[in-house]
Design a protein around this ligand. Structure first.
Ligand code: ADP
Ligand code: MG
Length: 330
């Protein structure tokens, strides 16, 4: 491999902003601000599993950091430092230049220092570790949702899954719809400003990486509660609404929706929106926050004492997850 040191110097060394010692020594040194504790998370992206081998290198660079930033947002932590361990099958400098440009675009957007990592030869794999600060005791955990709390979601659900389905030839989107959904899939926008504001508001939070029902399910499990959701409140784009209506027309039956599209909405991954719970008294404050951040925040249901997750369908029928292929969520 062209000197590993050359690659690190050329593509992964940038000035830092809040780091005592960055790339270049055996370890990096950071200082934690007074009164803060550190939140740490790691995520690995493997070619062929988490992205296509021919994925756009810039977008892959962005996404590999963004999915980690999203975990900080979900904790109410302020992302500050990251490390990058990367295995490359070959040295492709054009690819590396684009990858690092995308990675640093995300780093710059959230004021994150890249402080170290590892570079080696192997099947294309990208492993990022991120560290952020949160005032001691104020991190938003999955385990603190309370009965009666409202359940909220930011942005839209299902667009990333819709783009993926288009790429896999499972459905066809109009060009403008695909462009918009592909942005959600390839260059997700982690909700850091929201996460920071939610420290004072939310009782629990999670970022949606595996799908709304699965991720909300983690909150329910950790908090020992259940939930009741209203399907018609789950926020989705006009593109997804169109596809839902297509299913409806195809079947020629009133009030029937395409279950595949429904599953993108409820179980599609990779959206990187936040799902959070908050006491009902915070309802107005959350609406105001939505306006301030220019980010839709929609209340989709309530936390219940009964264990399990109930979804009220478009006609207030209780959705049968077994029939619709959602059995692993019931
Ligand atoms: P060591 O042999 O001590 O593990 P390396 O030679 O692997 O150190 O790395 C040299 C320096 O470059 C270290 O500071 C390491 O953290 C940093 N580094 C290596 N790869 C990357 C990368 N992909 N991105 C950022 N920093 C990296
Ligand atoms: Mg060393």
């Amino acid at each position: 491999m062209a000197s590993e040191f050359y690659l690190i110097a050329q593509y992964f060394t940038r000035p830092t902003h809040h780091t005592q010692l960055g790339v270049g020594d055996d370890a990096a040194l950071i200082s934690i601000s007074q009164g803060m504790e550190i939140a740490i998370s790691a995520d690995m992206l493997v070619a062929g599993t988490h992205f296509f081998h021919d994925a756009d290198a810039y977008k892959l660079g962005w996404k590999s950091l963004a999915v980690n930033v999203s975990d900080m947002a979900a904790m109410g932590a302020n992302p500050k430092w990251a490390t990058l361990a990367i295995a490359l099958p070959e040295v492709n400098t054009a690819w590396l230049a684009e990858f690092s440009r995308g990675f640093f675009a995300c780093a710059d957007a959230f004021n994150i220092d890249l402080i170290g990592g590892d570079t080696t030869r192997g099947p294309l794999t990208i492993s990022v570790q991120i560290m952020g600060e949160v005032p001691i005791g104020q991190a938003i955990k999955r385990s603190n949702a309370n009965v009666g709390d409202e359940i909220w979601v930011s942005g839209h659900c299902g667009d990333a899954a819709l783009a993926l389905a288009h790429m896999q030839g499972k459905l066809t989107l109009p060009a403008d719809a695909f462009a918009s959904c592909a942005e959600a899939l390839h260059t997700p926008q982690p909700r850091v400003a929201l996460g920071l504001a939610l420290r004072q508001i939310a009782s629990s939070a999670i970022d949606i990486s595996d799908g709304l029902l699965a991720d909300l399910g983690h909150i329910l499990e950790r908090s020992n509660v259940g939930a009741s959701l209203i399907l018609s409140h789950v926020p989705h784009s006009a593109y997804l609404a169109d596809k839902l209506a297509d299913g409806h027309r195809d079947e020629g039956v009133t009030n029937t929706h395409d279950n595949n599209i429904l599953s993108m909405l409820l179980a599609g991954g990779d959206d990187y929106e936040l799902c959070f719970t908050a006491p009902i008294e915070k309802h107005t404050e959350i609406n105001n926050l939505s306006e301030k951040l220019a980010l839709p925040l929609i209340c989709i249901g309530r936390i219940t004492a009964n264990a399990g997750l109930i979804v009220h369908g478009f006609n207030d029928e209780i959705l049968d997850f077994k029939e619709t292929g959602f059995d692993h969520f019931s």
